[in-house]
Ligand binder design. Structure first.
Ligand code: PMP
Length: 359
């Protein structure tokens, strides 16, 4: 990677590293028949939506409440109000023109009835359905059994394209991403974050027939830093580490994450604090609640937030800084010792905060 610095950073044409990374991505994620590189997840999402609209000749985009697909005007959307069964997307930021979201519909996650109703209402108008295959940006909420399959079937029936935003799940929950874990194949996917281990690289790709329109130029995807050499060198190095020992790193990350989840459950139980932990392991969410399950973003946002803040404060006092809100990530630098240390701190933090948490 360091050697790549001497070779130049941004080229006008293609270079070998792009092909080397693309081959590695395609081997890990078979739906990525061909792909293009850019720097951030937001712009790769933007490209995926543009490709889908061009390919279908439709404008409609369906997204789900609580999923995050970057901050750009055309996709960033406000949370649904309680009791809202879904409908036109509204801006989530000052300065975001409502017109930019004119063709975007937001649906509640994991709600089969809302999905069926939208399929009827929007028939023939949807270019793409975009989603985080495991919702990570508002709680960590896997699709309920059959939900992704139902979205896939809707897309197939209606001629819409299915886009998986694997910016968080990709190269994290498994070498083949959430699509491998869940066994549903999207038409287009977006990757970012973990693929280059901290360097700015994103990927949009999928069905070759869809991507060909970009290669032939009627669909524009531009960017000064697309295919940036250092970012691609980082991705090549990352992917080589990830595939070693038949994908041992992702398996270890999952095992260590699950051990941490289990340890946290036991620590909470010992202190008499009700907790709910959800997620595949490398990423998970901890709620302080006695709910047995959280399946939609609305609950994910509101359940036990004050209690969690108190717990997080008790953890900081023990030298462990948590992300606010309840989401946890593991990375390859975390060891079994870190996990044990965290569980020990949680045991004390739950006990210290137990009265406040349950009171
Ligand atoms: N999609 C998902 C699922 C994300 O989590 C993010 C970033 N948090 C993005 C897209 C946007 O990526 P970026 O911040 O690189 O633009």
């Amino acid at each position: 990677m360091v050697a790549s610095l001497a070779r130049g950073q941004t080229f006008g044409g293609q270079h070998l590293l792009e092909i080397e990374v693309a081959e590695r991505v395609r081997t890990a994620v078979p739906s990525m028949e061909t792909m293009r590189f850019s720097s951030s997840g937001s712009e790769a999402v933007h490209a995926a939506i543009r490709i889908a609209r061009a390919a279908t000749g439709r404008w409609g985009v369906v997204r789900f409440d609580g999923h995050y697909h970057g901050w750009l005007d055309t996709i960033h959307a406000a949370a649904l109000e309680p009791g809202d069964a879904g409908g036109p997307a509204r801006p989530a930021s000052l300065g975001q023109p409502p017109e930019a979201l004119r063709h975007v519909t937001v649906l509640p996650w994991n709600d089969m009835a809302a999905l069926d109703a939208a399929a009827r209402r929007l028939r023939g108008r949807v270019a793409a359905v975009i989603l985080e295959p495991i919702l990570c940006n508002t709680g960590v909420i896997p699709p309920r059994p059959g939900f992704l399959e139902a979205v896939r079937a809707w897309c197939d029936r209606d001629g819409a394209l299915l886009i998986f935003d694997e910016v968080i799940t990709g190269f994290r929950v498994g070498l083949g991403g959430a699509q491998e874990l869940l066994g549903v194949r999207p038409d287009l996917s977006v990757f970012g974050k973990a693929i280059a281990n901290g360097f700015p690289l994103s990927v949009v790709g999928g069905r070759r027939d869809l991507l060909d329109a970009v290669a032939d130029n009627p669909v524009v995807h531009a960017g000064t830093f697309n295919g940036h050499v250092t970012a691609l060198a980082a991705a090549r190095a990352t992917l080589d580490v990830l595939v070693a020992d038949d994908g041992a790193l992702c398996r270890d990350l999952t095992a260590r994450g699950r051990a941490l989840m289990q340890g946290l459950r036991e620590a909470a139980r010992a202190a008499g604090v009700p907790v709910l932990l959800q997620g595949p392991g490398p990423v998970f969410h901890l709620w302080i609640t006695d709910l047995p399950e959280i399946t939609d973003a609305r609950h994910a946002r509101t359940v036990g937030t004050r209690a969690y803040a108190r717990f997080a404060l008790a953890m900081v006092r023990r030298g462990i800084r948590l992300m606010p809100g309840g989401r946890w990530y593991l990375c390859a630098a975390h060891t079994d010792a870190h996990v044990a240390q965290t569980i020990q701190a949680a045991r004390d933090a739950f006990a210290e905060a137990a009265v406040a948490l349950t009171g």
